[in-house]
Design a protein around this ligand. Structure first.
Ligand code: FAD
Length: 186
């Protein structure tokens, strides 16, 4: 029996499906916006998904125009010049903001370089996701796990629940929606 079956019917303003980086950040931002949030994961939020068990490289670039320009130019070349600059800039903005938030609010212990500056382009998944779960809970989000959610593909639409997008990109998407969608698939 899953958590949801044990609890019975629920109502909420926002249902986030998937408790990886994308889902936990979406739940945090929705809860901060003042709405009621339920987060459902088929496994255990904080331990499920690819990030929770590995070291994760993060596309973090300091907020210095020349460094951002160089980073985007490098990725453009790697992607055969198919990438859109606007999206790359949004990913860089979101990643920059979320990594600072992770250090300041979730108190993630970033290692420091020889100058004492935090190194934010790499995360230890278990530590990261454990802190994400704690933050989500502190914001009053109701976590349901284990709760596998049946997902259907809409005609012509993206496959929900794939859970492989960069989490910063997903947060950007949630923001672009203005949290009008009641369901967020992470
Ligand atoms: C080996 C490997 C190495 C990687 N290295 C990097 C890296 O260095 N840097 C990087 O940016 N990315 C890396 N990735 C990609 C990585 O998966 C994503 O960046 C990140 O985990 C995506 O976060 P997510 O929240 O979208 O998905 P996930 O972390 O996969 O989380 C999805 C969550 O949704 C839950 N879920 C899925 N379906 C359902 C359902 N139907 N109902 C309820 N819950 C559901 C899962 O249990 C899981 O907790 C790597 C992936 C792999 C496999």
């Amino acid at each position: 029996m899953t958590n949801a079956e044990a609890i019975g019917p629920l109502s909420t303003d926002v249902l986030v499906i998937g408790g990886g980086p994308a889902g936990t950040w979406a739940a945090i931002k929705a809860a901060q916006a003042g709405v009621d949030v339920v987060l459902a994961d088929k496994g255990y939020t904080g331990a499920s998904g690819a990030t929770a068990s590995v070291g994760t490289g993060i596309w973090y670039v300091d907020d210095v125009p020349e460094q951002r320009e160089a980073a985007m130019a490098s990725r453009e070349a790697l992607g055969g010049h198919l990438a859109e600059r606007e999206w790359m800039a949004r990913v860089l903005d979101e990643t920059h903001a979320r990594m600072h938030e992770l250090g300041e609010v979730q108190r993630y212990p970033f290692p420091v370089d020889v100058n004492g500056q935090p190194i934010r382009n790499d995360l230890q998944g278990p530590e990261y996701m454990r802190r994400q779960r704690t933050r989500v809970q502190r914001l009053g989000v109701r976590i349901l796990d284990p709760t596998p959610t049946p997902l259907r593909r809409r005609r012509g639409g993206p496959m929900p629940g794939c859970g492989r997008a960069m989490h910063a990109l997903s947060i950007t998407f949630v923001r672009a929606l203005g949290l009008r969608s009641p369901v967020v698939t992470a």
